[in-house]
Design a protein around this ligand. Structure first.
Ligand SMILES: NC(=O)c1ccc[n+]([C@@H]2O[C@H](COP(=O)([O-])OP(=O)(O)OC[C@H]3O[C@@H](n4cnc5c(N)ncnc54)[C@H](OP(=O)(O)O)[C@@H]3O)[C@@H](O)[C@H]2O)c1
Length: 168
């Protein structure tokens, strides 16, 4: 595997679960450990990366609300201190209902805002931070909303991720 020394990465939702596992596999990259509310868990992810000899810093931003991307990038750019961004992992997501067909309007709007709108605008906002126009990677973890719309509606939301992978 190639070492990511001198690279930087933003992993959203890295306080726990799959995002934490991705952040811990940073392989030398400086990692921005994003979280929504669980400050202690994010601090533990940062501490574990540092204990393994890596570099990391926490970034708090609740996604799916007004100003979410601004808050995220304020913290990210402070932590990067002028360094470019090489890797973006759009991992943070929520799952608030069992089957898409049962979703209330409020649940649908909230999942769309966190799982689809936020990753789209995070990716858009990340582009100017990229080194020499070279993005090492954007990984969009499959969101519950994607999965359920794909399951029940062939014209679902997966095209957003496919669109991003085509234009970047
Ligand atoms: N687990 C599975 O079996 C599975 C299967 C397929 C795909 N996935 C996908 O993998 C990804 C991670 O899943 P997971 O199970 O590891 O998730 P998880 O354990 O529930 O962790 C979610 C992470 O996202 C953050 N987050 C959630 N809502 C947020 C919000 N509104 N604003 C900011 N941060 C928010 C959480 O931060 P805080 O706790 O700090 O708020 C946490 O760090 C998701 O995209 C999920 O759809 C998971």
């Amino acid at each position: 595997m190639t070492s990511l020394t001198d690279k930087t990465a933003l992993v959203t939702g890295a306080s726990r679960g799959i995002g934490r596992a991705i952040a811990l596999a940073s392989d030398g990259a400086v990692v921005a450990v994003h979280y929504g509310s669980n400050e202690a868990a994010a601090a533990a992810t940062v501490a574990d990366i540092q204990a393994a000899g890596g570099q990391a810093f926490p970034v708090r931003a609740e996604l799916g609300v007004d100003g979410d991307v601004d808050e995220l990038f304020d913290g990210l750019e402070r932590g990067l201190a002028g360094r470019p961004l090489d890797i973006l992992v759009n991992n943070a997501a929520i799952s608030t209902f069992d089957a898409t067909i049962d979703a209330t309007r409020e649940q649908f709007d909230r999942e769309f805002a966190v799982n689809v709108r936020a990753p789209f605008f995070i990716t858009q906002r990340a582009l100017p931070l990229i080194r020499d126009g070279e993005l090492l990677g954007v990984l969009d973890i499959d969101s519950p909303l994607h999965a359920r719309f794909d399951e029940e509606d062939e014209a679902g939301l997966r095209p957003i991720a496919e669109f991003l992978s085509r234009v970047l």
